[in-house]
Design a protein around this ligand. Structure first.
Ligand SMILES: *[C@@H]1O[C@H](CO)[C@@H](O)[C@H](O)[C@H]1NC(C)=O
Ligand SMILES: *[C@@H]1O[C@H](CO)[C@@H](O)[C@H](O)[C@H]1NC(C)=O
Ligand SMILES: *[C@@H]1O[C@H](CO)[C@@H](O)[C@H](O)[C@H]1NC(C)=O
Ligand SMILES: [Zn+2]
Length: 492
């Protein structure tokens, strides 16, 4: 039995009273870096567009995530009140409190089994669908074990099963981070060795997709699904922010498209099996936009998260032996909405990341005209006067200059470029009695380590069994911790 430490230090059994509705499938959704203010921006923005765009007469609506709120989650790590994504994902992915930077290892650097690995061990199909690089901290904690989140090459190896002591654990991987799966002889590789992880994946029977075209072909199969296992990585680095992807949808699938395809595949693969599936979905880049204090990119990725939540709820209504929970790993940006009016964000058609890329790539002669005619209108800042444009040019810090102008136009105030200690919202959904049991069980405030314990109970799997196996032959394979740590909580 598991115990939770109560406020007065008494040991209170927390699972003893859980109803634990049994289900075949579990979907866990992480909106990385998403706080309550993120949801408020998205909701009020959508409401304004639906109701005449009049900020003087705001109308209350609900987005999908609003309708599935059941509690709150504490996020502190073992060495800081402010967690990073690695410690947090180790907590909600493996049930263990650990230090910032740790990928599914405990405070002593020993590997701990994840809920995904536990499900795999019992014969469930498993999947990871993200918009960051697939070897970024959150997905990493489900299928890799390293002492330092920056060990990206090793994380990629573990995730595909190349150097994971238990072999491939994940049947379906979709996201970014392509460059880590190619040997250094490839000019687009970001590895420092000749390991060819795509080649390895093919040998292991994975279908390998490296672009949108291959993804679209995958969807052409019966029931819009393909046979497992497969890996689809659509960008060498992070996938595009949704606000940028909307202008070039032919380049990458959206998170929603990937989720739809993944669920169809998992559903088909488990139609006649005894066990169902565990799928982790991450709306990864809400966090990155928070670090950049980029209000519009944050908004559009948060709307996409709500679109995914809506789709998953409808999916569960059609596949009722499935339960979903969703909570962020932490809040990013210390977002407050004093003087708030999100309507100016409507004029924005690119992220600050795209702005910087365009600015760096510009090879013409008239930078000033390029700024005034292309960059500023693209970032929702047309109508600045000559002296303001001169100020921007002379400041020579386009990112912070433009993001703070846009944020103040929308009355959105960031208190940091890093993470905060604020609690995050817990969402959950089940159909019929399962939903009722889930709400009765999970209403309230939880420590993030308690969440996977609940999933264990629902799926009847055990993370400790994986931990035991991971440690059976020694643990040198987790590698070393690099000096100094990487300080992800305070920004990139
Ligand atoms: C300048 O930029 C344009 C537009 O991005 C590109 O098509 C062109 O090849 C570039 N020229 C040089 C000399 O780099
Ligand atoms: C340009 O705009 C700024 C900010 O609104 C204002 O303070 C300034 O007076 C304006 N300058 C001119 C020359 O209009
Ligand atoms: C954010 O709030 C602080 C304190 O209220 C204020 O000084 C600052 O100008 C605000 N920033 C923006 C971008 O509105
Ligand atoms: Zn972050």
């Amino acid at each position: 039995m598991r115990y939770a430490l109560s406020l007065v230090g008494l040991l209170v059994p927390c699972s003893a009273t859980w109803l634990l509705p049994q289900a075949r499938n579990f979907i866990y959704i992480v909106p990385d870096g998403y706080g309550q203010a993120s949801q408020t921006i998205a909701r009020d923005y959508v409401s304004l567009l639906q109701n005449g765009e009049n900020a003087d007469a705001p109308v209350s609506i609900k987005l999908a995530a609003d309708e599935m709120v059941i509690g709150t989650v504490q996020t502190l790590s073992s060495d800081n009140f402010i967690t990073d994504s690695a410690a947090s994902a180790t907590a909600f992915g493996c049930g263990v409190k650990t230090y910032n930077d740790a990928i599914a290892v405990d405070d002593d650097g020993q590997p701990v089994g994840s809920i995904l690995e536990a499900a795999h061990m019992e014969g469930f199909k498993t999947g990871l669908v993200v918009t960051s690089t697939i070897n970024h901290a959150t997905p990493a904690c489900y299928a890799a074990h390293v002492k330092d989140r920056d060990s990206y090459e090793k994380i990629a190896e573990h995730e595909i099963g190349y150097s994971h002591p238990l072999g491939p654990q994940v049947d379906l991987l979709l996201g970014g981070g392509r460059c880590y799966f190619k040997p250094q002889s490839d000019s687009t590789s970001c590895r420092s060795d000749d390991v060819d992880l795509f080649g390895f994946a093919k040998k292991k029977g994975f279908r390998v997709m490296q672009d949108r075209k291959a993804f679209d072909e995958l969807k052409k199969g019966t029931a819009k699904a393909a046979n497992l296992p497969y890996i689809g990585l659509f960008n060498d680095g992070q996938m595009m922010y949704e606000i940028d992807r909307l202008r070039k949808p032919e380049q990458e699938p959206s998170l929603l498209e990937m989720v739809e395809t993944a669920l169809n595949s998992l559903d088909r693969a488990t139609k006649w099996t005894r066990k169902g599936y565990f799928l982790m979905i991450e709306a990864s880049r809400i966090d990155h936009a928070g670090h950049a204090n980029d209000a519009a990119a944050h908004l559009f990725d948060t709307i996409m998260y709500n679109d995914v939540m809506k789709f998953v709820r409808e999916w569960i209504d059609k596949h009722p032996d499935t339960i979903m929970m969703s909570a962020a790993d932490h809040e990013t940006g210390g977002l407050t909405l004093n003087g708030f009016d999100p309507l100016p964000l409507k004029e924005v058609s690119m992220s600050i990341e795209e702005v910087e890329r365009l600015w760096e790539d510009f090879n013409g002669t008239d930078r000033r005209a390029y700024l005034a005619d292309t960059i500023l209108p693209g970032y929702g800042l047309s109508g600045l006067n000559e002296s303001e444009i001169d100020t921007i040019l002379s400041n020579d810090d386009l990112e912070s200059d433009l993001t703070s102008r846009l944020s103040s136009k929308a009355g959105i105030n960031w208190s940091t470029g890093g993470h905060t200690a604020s609690d995050v919202t817990l969402h959950g959904y089940g159909s019929g009695w399962r939903g009722g049991n889930l709400k009765a069980d999970m209403a309230g405030n939880w420590d993030n380590t308690e969440l996977p314990v609940y999933i264990e109970g629902v799926l009847k799997v055990k993370m400790s069994k994986v931990t035991e196996k991971l440690r059976a032959q020694g643990t040198d394979w987790v590698g070393k911790r690099s000096e100094g740590g990487s300080n992800h909580i305070h920004g990139h």
